[in-house]
Design a binder for this molecule. Structure first.
Ligand SMILES: [Fe+2]
Ligand SMILES: [Fe+2]
Length: 258
């Protein structure tokens, strides 16, 4: 099975880039399954039903999220619908709507969130241990998106899950890392997928407002970059169907002008 995992898609510029690149990539690379990070789909903050369906139409199978999942109410209201292919991090306290894992498609997907410099959540390490303890989704590859700021926490999770899942990829920093590898137990790993968003930006947002926050210490409204040079960051993972472990992982990064 050939799987593409796409980094945080930022705003309408990110969505337009996905629509231009993903359908062609699916065909060119013979991709069977696409996981896309969608926490920034709608104006850079959260998701709406319309933006989710746009990404499904472009070729996404399951959409993972992170700390911004709660920003727009219409998608939040839909999170409890088992047919809605959007996950929220598994280790948010259980009182929240939604689910953190899905196993009703060709590949199982788990969404975790890190705690270092992100927030007060349940432990992602024990949350996934509890999920996997009962032999969950044993008959299909398991793909994990660990949405976290600290490289060390994502690397530690890679070792924690090595040999137990097909892939552990990081998201949230919006900066693609060059450390794709197969861990000794057969788990594909990369610290961060990166993003789909404006190249001339601060993690997808206009430079002026982002820089201003650092210069003045006063928060201004961030706006996603919606035109000009755009980058598309993802990784391609090939999985052995019989062992359900990864045989290769490589970056698939593209650029275009909007
Ligand atoms: Fe993000
Ligand atoms: Fe995030």
């Amino acid at each position: 099975m050939r799987i593409l995992m796409v980094g945080d898609v930022v705003g309408s510029g990110g969505r337009r880039t996905v629509k231009k690149i993903l359908p062609r990539l699916r065909h060119e690379l013979g991709i069977d399954f696409v996981v896309l990070q969608g926490e920034n789909l709608a104006g850079g903050f959260g998701l709406t039903l319309e933006t989710v369906y746009e990404m499904i139409e472009a070729g996404a199978d399951v959409i993972t999220t992170g700390n911004h999942v709660w920003d727009k109410k219409d998608a939040v209201r839909k999170l409890d619908d088992p047919t809605f292919p959007v996950l929220r991090p598994l280790n948010y306290p259980a009182a929240n709507p939604g689910r953190g894992a899905s196993a009703d498609r060709a590949a199982a997907v788990v969404n975790l969130i890190g705690r270092v410099w992100v927030g007060e959540f349940d432990s992602p390490f024990s949350a996934i241990d509890d999920l996997l303890a009962g032999g969950w989704a044993k008959d299909r590859p398991i793909l994990v998106d660990m949405h976290a700021e600290a490289s060390s926490e994502k690397i530690a999770m890679g070792w924690h899950l090595d040999g137990r899942v097909a892939a552990l990829v990081g998201t949230h920093t919006h900066v693609a890392t060059a450390d794709c590898r197969i861990l000794p137990g057969g788990t594909a790993y990369v610290t961060d997928l990166g993003m789909v968003g404006g190249t001339e930006s601060v993690i997808g947002m206009h430079v002026e407002e982002a820089l201003d926050r650092f210069l003045t210490g006063v928060g201004r409204r961030f706006r996603p970059v919606e035109s000009g040079p755009m980058r598309f960051n993802s990784v391609l993972i090939e999985i052995d169907d019989s062992t359900r472990r990864a045989v290769s992982i490589e970056r698939v990064d593209r650029e275009l002008e909007l």
